[in-house]
Ligand binder design. Structure first.
Ligand code: G3P
Ligand code: CA
Length: 240
């Protein structure tokens, strides 16, 4: 079972910052996950929420600000003074961190609240520019975006995100089409997911921060977990 650092190494570092990604890049784990939004001047930036309020000293929607405006704020101090001055990263900057590592990169398109016209094309073009198309999985709760990725780049891995499960998810996955399913932890044990795994679907599970869940997930046969605690999970899986 593979380990992906969720929002970078977000238990120890401010989420979705270069500090978190540089720490992740040093870890012998398989992957990293982060979230992207689009600025008003069409730059792909890495941040979880639609607004910058929770993870910076600023306020407002990412979609209403330019990259320069977003760069005025501090995205590290809310987590710890030690990280004061962390900037909001662009997708290109984060890809650069992992350019020479072995990590698989999960880019989550946060287009389920606001429509970010053209974001799929922009993300694909930035990944292509870094020569990393074979090392990414592009996921979203917005299944129209997942479908658009499959049309724009049929060979690039895409994944549909689920908070709750639907009946016959394997058939849905085939129709979308999506190459993988990313499901919430409570959803991982639902019958449609178990059926999908037995039919060969790649299933990855978020957010797994306690080792007590690892044996059941290993038993189910999930491909990977997303965790804020990659070292804790790695220690358990290595020693077992
Ligand atoms: O991509 C898996 C997981 O990150 C989805 O939830 O809210 O942490 O982006 P969230
Ligand atoms: Ca995410």
């Amino acid at each position: 079972m593979k380990i992906y650092a969720h929002r970078g190494y977000s238990a120890k570092y401010p989420e979705n910052t270069l500090a978190a990604f540089c720490a992740t890049a040093m870890l012998p784990i398989e992957g990293v996950e982060f979230d992207v939004h689009l600025t008003t001047d069409s730059r792909v930036v890495v941040i979880h929420d639609e607004k910058i309020d929770r993870t910076s000293n600023g306020s407002g929607y990412v979609k209403d600000m330019t990259l320069n405006e977003l760069r005025q704020y501090d995205y590290g101090s809310w987590f710890s003074k030690e990280f004061a001055g962390e900037a909001i990263p662009t997708l290109a900057e984060v890809l650069e961190v992992f350019k020479d590592t072995h990590h698989h990169i999960n880019i989550e398109l946060k287009s389920d609240v606001f429509v970010y016209a053209g974001m799929e094309e922009m993300v694909l073009s930035e990944v292509k520019a870094q020569g990393m198309l074979d090392r990414v999985v592009i996921s979203s709760f917005d299944h129209e975006a997942v479908n658009r990725i499959s049309k724009l780049a049929p060979d690039v891995e895409n994944a549909a995100l689920f908070v709750n499960m639907i009946l016959d998810v394997a058939k849905y996955q085939e129709k979308l089409p999506a190459k993988a399913l990313h499901v919430s932890l409570p959803t991982a044990v639902r019958k449609p997911v178990l059926d999908a795994i037995s039919e060969g679907s790649i299933v990855r599970v978020w957010t797994v921060n306690e080792t007590k869940y690892l044996e059941p997930l290993l038993h189910i046969g999930v491909d990977a977990i997303f965790t804020d605690e990659p070292e804790k999970m790695l220690e358990y899986l290595t020693k077992r």
